[in-house]
Design a protein around this ligand. Structure first.
Ligand code: XMP
Length: 326
């Protein structure tokens, strides 16, 4: 039976030297476990799967097969960054799957939040399993499980679970960061040479922008979410707020309001800005932000994002509002 608890003697990984010691130990363990066999990994580009990929690339090189599924609900630039970092810089064996149309077609007309989550989760497993089936000689499935995933089964994690794995993915598991806390995964990622934008990334839900495009997802509103999110992130970075505010993003509701641009009446969507601080995501408080900066962001979003004529700022703590809108 595999050990399910972090060893009590394991020191908290807080420094580059401690990260290096962890990496050396893991490389030896991974090589011993894997030998000359092949490992499969679903690489989302999030911190956990990226660190697992970087570790395995060092340990077994191209015996690792990474599959990056683009479901169309990723933030602007993310699929490109996965390809750049892993395929171009680390020479990973990376399969890129463009499943955008499949996801958006399956989601068309589906408005209920949990139904959307279920479709996204199930289709993700289906697409990944289809890729696995095409590959020969896979022996292991690597996963970016971290220690809180093992410890917690609270409200946050309940909507991450999409059910068991299908037979095509029934491989022996490789989980090199399963005893690490998130901050330790980041220290290890930094020591592995991953870019800061990947290592210090804010939390991002599995269903991605899908839960921020309220109600039934349409391609045009989804683009408005993606573009406004990119502007918000850019402005937070330029104004030194990256890493200071815990989570910040935009939401596009499924209603329109009247506006006026260049003397002409418009009837377009609003963008909602949400920026919160929290310790554990169970409760959260609204981040206090400079009003001049907010006005500048409003100006950019209303001028640069197609189909948007109004910006709202969500000032609701959790409770009563969840962090996400769906
Ligand atoms: P809520 O909206 O419940 O979110 O206050 C708490 C934290 O969890 C993230 N979140 C998710 N993460 N899959 C995920 O992997 C999900 O379906 C999901 N829903 C919410 C949310 O971004 C916040 O950090």
């Amino acid at each position: 039976m595999e050990q399910a608890r972090r060893p009590e003697t394991m020191a908290r990984i807080t420094t580059p030297a401690l990260a290096q010691a962890f990496i050396d130990e893991q490389l030896a363990a991974l090589r011993a476990q894997i030998g000359d066999r092949k490992v499969l990994l679903a690489l989302s580009g999030g911190v956990d799967s990226s660190v697992v990929a970087a570790l395995l690339i060092r340990a077994v090189g191209r015996q690792l097969v990474c599959v990056h599924v683009n479901h169309g609900l990723l933030r602007k630039g993310e699929p490109e960054q996965v390809i750049e970092v892993f395929r171009n810089q680390m020479d990973a064996n990376l399969i890129y799957v463009d499943a955008v149309d499949r996801f958006l077609d399956a989601l068309a007309g589906v408005a209920e939040p949990e139904a959307k989550r279920k479709i996204i989760g199930k289709l993700f497993i289906d697409v990944f399993a289809e890729e696995a089936k095409k590959l020969d000689g896979i022996s292991f499935l690597a996963q970016g499980t971290i220690y809180p995933d093992i410890l917690e089964s609270g409200p946050v994690k309940s909507h991450h679970n999409v059910g068991g794995l299908p037979a095509e993915l029934n491989f022996e598991l490789v989980e090199p960061v399963k005893f690490l806390y998130k901050d330790e995964v980041r220290v290890v990622g930094k020591a592995l040479g991953l870019p800061d934008g990947m290592v210090y990334r804010q939390p991002f839900p599995g269903p991605g922008l899908g839960v921020r495009c309220v109600g039934a997802i349409t391609r045009d509103r989804l683009e408005a979410v993606r573009e406004s999110d990119a502007i918000l992130r850019e402005e937070f970075r330029l104004n030194g707020l990256e890493g200071k505010v815990w989570q910040y993003f935009t939401v596009v509701p499924d209603f329109r309001s009247t506006g006026i641009t260049d003397g002409l009446r418009t009837y377009e969507w609003p963008v909602v800005i949400r920026a919160v601080n929290t310790v554990d995501a169970v409760t959260a408080e609204v981040a206090e932000l400079d009003f001049g900066l907010m006005a500048h962001i409003v100006d950019r979003i209303t001028h640069e994002v197609k189909g948007v004529n109004r910006v709202l700022w969500d000032l609701t703590p959790k409770p009563t509002g969840t962090i996400e809108w769906e």
